[in-house]
Design a protein around this ligand. Structure first.
Ligand code: NAD
Length: 478
């Protein structure tokens, strides 16, 4: 069985603790690799390597040369995409087809930020002070601590690593203890792509043992975190007590709003992909389906019929549509929410059961609840699984009210043929991403992030690079 070390200063190294823990394949339920159990001493070593690289060879490179290295890495990621996807599928249970698309897309991500590296420009600023020339320049913040969850480990790490390196920072990444392997495979490519040692480092292990020391480390300037609200809050408060900046990408409970004037065939596909892609383990899932009363019953009937034909199974098989839940605690959590919904009085019209007969048994049927009121826990809390709550609404005002009546604000969608209605809803919905007549489109070129309790700051696009830069204002007199 493969024993993974940490990756520090360009080398695979054994953990200071001498301990490893196993990681399981969610489809078979079998351990398939051993992951290093990191601690604060490993974090110290990794941060020291990152700091040294930033102050040394990496820091001395021009932005154009940084871009050149990132471009080489992007090509290598594309070449290795099938291998990365295979590891991602084995560790996370993600469909191979989806993992491959994501791995190839990461290559595009690195290409995009390779191009941005030398396009970070300051401004000349006219001021009220005579005889002084004033301008701004942007400088890398320094060492960035990156902490990622288990649902899309490679993508979510790349969303942060690419802009951080383009900005000239160096990185210590801590992947989720449930899915560390693909990130370790990714960071091991940097040396082959010609990066100086120490520019990227990975320390694996648990939140309290590796994540916390990383967050409070005095030489870490900024934390880029994706994960749940509970960890997000702890990280935000300990970063605040050390006065460091953060980017937080947290949970969601996004409304997917279907009006009766929509193209209902398209809306049906959008509703299904919105919730069931990635076995519902997606922060942007459209987990609250708001359906206009006039079409509610007919639309639910069509949804239920569609769901009946969805194939659960081996994530490696081309015809599988829903794979296993990524880990046992998450599997248990989803089943708990199904019980909660039932006890709150919602009606389960599709699914609702585990499938012990498939693979490891860590499967849950695509599940639909009707009769959901927006105040119920099933409508307010993030389930992070293949569970859809259908909520009827009367009119535009009602849709906006229900859509916004939640602590999250990550995304939302509206399906309508009315431009006026689409514009009204895009104005009034309080979320970082609004889709009109589509669900789930994202790109490396466009900012992504949350309003309200869905997060702080933005990833992707030109916005993301700014998260990793300090602004310096220079005043020159002759
Ligand atoms: P999690 O918060 O439990 O863990 C995320 C990471 O944080 C892990 O690496 C974990 O070890 C680490 N961690 C935990 N406690 C920590 C602490 N006190 N200090 C430092 N690090 C700590 O989340 P998860 O269960 O792995 O992932 C699921 C969550 O991620 C969901 O809530 C989902 O919505 C969210 N998510 C958000 C986005 C987004 O872009 N907004 C994308 C994907 C997932």
């Amino acid at each position: 069985m493969r024993h993974y070390g940490h990756y520090i200063n360009g080398e695979e190294v054994s953990p200071h603790s001498g301990e490893h823990f196993s990681t399981e394949n969610p489809f078979t339920g079998e351990p398939w690799a051993m992951i290093s159990r990191g601690d604060g001493i490993d974090v110290d070593l990794a941060v020291a390597a990152a700091k040294q690289a930033g102050e040394g060879e990496w820091g001395a490179l021009s932005a154009t040369d940084r871009g050149r290295l990132l471009r080489g890495l992007a090509d290598l990621v594309r070449e290795k995409a099938p291998h990365l996807a295979q590891i991602e599928m084995t560790d996370n249970g993600k469909l191979f087809a989806e993992a491959l698309v994501q791995a190839r897309y990461m290559s595009d991500y690195f290409h995009y930020y390779a191009g941005l590296a030398d396009k970070v420009e300051g401004r000349v600023i006219p001021t009220d002070k005579a005889g002084v020339f004033t301008y701004t320049k942007y400088e890398p913040k320094g060492v960035i601590g990156i902490i990622t969850p288990w649902n899309s480990p490679l993508s979510l790490a790349s969303w942060k690593i690419a802009p951080a390196l383009a900005a000239g920072c160096t990185v210590v990444v801590k992947p989720s203890e449930f899915t560390s392997a693909s990130t370790l495979e990714l960071v091991s490519l940097f040396e082959e792509a010609g990066f100086p040692p120490g520019v990227i480092n990975a320390v694996t292990g648990f939140g309290a043992e590796v994540g916390e020391p990383l967050v409070v480390h005095p030489d870490v300037a900024h934390i880029g975190f994706t994960g749940g609200g509970e960890a997000g809050r702890r990280i935000y408060s300990s970063a605040a007590s050390h006065l460091k900046t953060v980017t937080l990408e947290l949970g969601g409970k996004s409304p997917n709003i279907i009006f009766d004037d929509a193209d209902l065939d398209q809306a049906l596909k959008g509703a299904i992909a919105g919730i069931f892609a990635a076995t519902g383990q997606s922060c942007q899932a459209g987990s609250r389906l708001l359906v206009q009363e006039s079409i509610h019953d007919e639309f639910v009937e069509r949804l239920v019929a569609y769901v009946a034909d969805i194939t659960l199974g081996d994530p490696a098989a081309a015809d599988t549509q829903i794979g296993p839940v990524a880990n046992r605690p998450q599997f248990d959590k989803i089943l708990r929410y199904i019980d909660i919904a039932t006890s709150e009085g919602a009606t389960c019209v599709a699914g609702g059961r585990a499938r012990p007969d498939i693979g490891s048994g860590q499967f849950i049927e695509p599940t639909i609840f009707t009769g959901v009121e927006n105040g119920m826990r099933i409508a307010q809390e993030e389930v992070f699984g293949p569970v859809l709550s259908v909520i009827p609404f009367k009119d535009e005002e009602d849709a906006i009210r229900i859509g916004n009546d939640v602590v999250f604000g990550l995304a939302g969608a509206v399906w309508t043929r009315s431009l006026r209605r689409a514009m009204l809803l895009t104005d009034k919905l309080k979320a970082g991403t609004i889709w009109v007549n589509n669900y789930r489109a994202t790109s490396f070129t466009s900012p992504f992030g949350g309003f309200k309790q869905s997060g702080v700051g933005r990833e992707s696009g030109q916005e993301a690079i700014k998260e990793y830069l300090e602004t310096k204002c220079v005043w020159i007199s002759s």
